[in-house]
Design a protein. Sequence first.
Length: 219
Amino acid sequence: MVSMEEISDGRLYGINDMVKADCHDCVGCSRCCHDMVKTILLYPLDVYRLAAGTGKPFTGLLEREVELGVVNGIVLPNLRMTEEGNCCAFLDENGRCGIHGFRPDLCRLFPLGRYYENGDFRYFLQVGQCDHPHTKVKVSKWIDTPDYARNKAYILRWHDLLAWAEEILESCGDDLLKKNLNLAMLNTFYMAPYDNAADFYGQFAERADRMEAALGEKE
């Protein structure tokens, strides 16, 4: 297992801390948008934003820009790499992000990551991932996430829900039950369209309530 000392600068940051993450719009560099394999997972809010920004439902995004993979036994969507160039399908011909205003959470964070501990999380600065010059910026400005308190509560709930589902899948010997649980997660949080004219967090909470009730029945 890789340790935090190997992948970070050894510090943990809060939302109001300064961190050396600002790449000044990358100045034409798009290295972090290449060779990502299946690492850019999409969370429910990402799908909500992408659907609103592109005008495509989740099923439409699956045709070209998004694909499904398996992470710790759970089927989750991730950004798709192009066959030619092995780069993000949303990267344009000039090497610029075509969805920057509504880019996924993990893209928004990079080169930061989240470290979860004791029911909370802080941020860490990934090292060895980007050799572009960086200067200090406030974490809150860098992640550019409105309504931060509600966003953090949603992220923590999603993280806990995934962990719960993983535990059930690991302890379950019934392949049909595993398949049905994955289908339920996928349908509840991704396939079922969100109302982009309505508040995301309320919609997510309602879906999470239903899924947690269903998971409780599986125990």
